[in-house]
Design a protein around this ligand. Structure first.
Ligand SMILES: Cc1cc2nc3c(=O)[nH]c(=O)nc-3n(C[C@H](O)[C@H](O)[C@H](O)COP(=O)(O)OP(=O)(O)OC[C@H]3O[C@@H](n4cnc5c(N)ncnc54)[C@H](O)[C@@H]3O)c2cc1C
Length: 403
């Protein structure tokens, strides 16, 4: 029986694998996809996430291949536009997920993890024969029937629609909000802010490109230049199953861009550079219930909203915390493991979860979006603080300065 089976080779699974394999534990990672694979994302590694990856020795490829992100441009209703640059020396990276996730997975394999692609997990194997349920591995679907794979610890890092967490009733989509995301790479999309090699007259500002967040009533559009020249554009809007407009998502996104006073000129000659990707409903609430033998990491442990661009930090740090919990369970048994992991996650993520929920609620209310736009015009410094908080800059400062 393998020590730890990790389902999902995204950032949460790969980072958990790195930490465990470095500690000398036997790890098998499985994923239904073949890597490198695409993943709908804004493609931005925020400063706090980048600093965490640096501290794990996993950032060299990202630093070499990603564009330096110096801050965010946030626009709102009534033409309000505020540029928030990160403090001196603090930056993120824009890198397509195909590259980022492949680099992290290779690091896990280099650290000693076994990896199997094209393996679809159907659910957890739960033993009910002792008091309390215990997960003892997973069921894998294969062409010639299903079979079981046993593990002392299973880590579900299988993303937002986690087969394992949903299957066990540990996660569900809340009734509200019901938002869908559409992501497209564009050619010829004019990026609003040119890369700056020179910080300009203010030496306290980091040079680099800006990510963009265009907040409109009930929806928002994220824009990020990526290495290679394509522009990543994601629209997040309310929707319901059967929404006729989602039948042609690229056309819907182009319509939204071309009716937007701040974006229409920039999108005038834009051409899609690949098929659109649609995901939804986005929000996932994890119940907080636990089962011995199983740990959740990354989006499988809950997902609030992509607006704040920090899902990768929850995935990377959540993968580390799940790995530490797995080590404790392997060494001392499961007593207290879940409680300690929950407390660590609350301590590290609790403030940010509340912040993310507040921003999500703001965007859902047309009146709040209008009021916020007015407030932003009057007090742009408040928006800059929000940008720095969304970027987890407080976690990045010391590490960036050292390395
Ligand atoms: C529109 C959008 C934009 C975003 N933009 C950003 C951003 O700019 N910055 C940021 O930090 N975050 C962003 N996020 C959030 C970020 O993408 C996620 O938080 C992050 O990908 C979570 O990583 P993960 O490893 O938990 O899951 P994933 O990256 O989703 O990986 C899960 C893996 O599990 C595999 N899998 C799933 N089911 C099974 C199964 N049954 N059997 C086997 N394998 C399985 C999948 O193939 C996948 O490889 C965005 C999210 C969305 C939706």
């Amino acid at each position: 029986m393998i020590d730890v089976l990790i389902v999902g080779a995204g950032p949460a699974g790969a980072v958990a694998g790195v930490v465990l394999a470095r500690a000398g534990v036997g790890v098998r990672i499985v994923d239904r996809a073949t890597f490198p694979r695409e993943k709908l994302c804004g493609d931005t590694v925020n400063p706090g996430t980048l600093a965490r990856l640096k501290s794990l020795g996993l950032a060299a490829g990202i630093e070499a291949r990603g564009l330096r992100v110096a801050g965010m441009l946030v626009t709102g209703e009534r033409g309000v536009a505020i540029e928030g640059r990160y403090p001196d020396g603090v930056y993120g990276r824009a890198i397509v997920r195909r590259d980022l996730d492949w680099q992290l997975l290779q690091a896990a394999i280099d650290a000693g993890c076994q990896f199997e692609a094209g393996v679809t997990v159907r659910g957890a194997v739960v033993n009910d024969d002792r008091p309390g349920r215990v997960v003892s591995g997973v069921t894998i679907g294969a062409k010639r029937g299903e079979h079981r794979v046993g593990a002392r610890v299973t880590i579900a890092a299988d993303g937002r629609r986690s087969t394992i967490a949903f299957g066990l009733g540990l996660a569900r989509h809340p009734d509200r909000p019901r938002r869908w995301a559409i992501g497209v790479y564009f050619e010829n999309f004019i990026t609003g802010v040119r890369p700056r090699s020179d910080p300009g007259p203010d030496p306290g500002l980091t040079p680099g490109i800006l990510g963009e967040m265009h907040v409109r009533r009930g929806r928002y559009i994220g824009v990020a230049p990526t290495p290679g020249g394509l522009t990543n554009v994601c629209l997040v809007r309310p929707s319901r199953p059967g929404d006729a407009e989602l039948r042609d998502p690229a056309a819907l996104l182009l319509r939204e861009l071309r009716r937007d006073p701040l974006l229409r000129d920039r999108a005038a000659d834009a051409r899609t550079a690949g098929p659109p990707v649609v995901l939804g409903p986005l929000a996932v609430d994890a119940a907080g219930a636990t089962i011995d033998g199983l740990l959740l990491a990354g989006d499988a442990a809950g997902f609030i909203d992509p607006m704040t661009g920090d899902g990768l930090r929850f995935a990377v740090r959540g993968g580390e915390l799940a790995a530490a919990a797995a080590l404790r369970a392997l060494e001392h048994g499961w007593r207290g493991v879940h409680d300690r992991l929950a407390a660590e996650r609350r301590a590290e993520f609790g403030t940010k979860w509340r912040f993310n929920r507040a921003l999500r609620a703001l965007v859902a209310s047309p009146r709040a979006v209008d009021t916020a736009a007015l407030g932003a015009r009057l007090a742009p410094a408040a928006v800059r603080r929000v940008i720095a908080h969304a970027g987890d800059c407080h976690l990045a400062g010391p590490l960036m300065a050292n390395g």
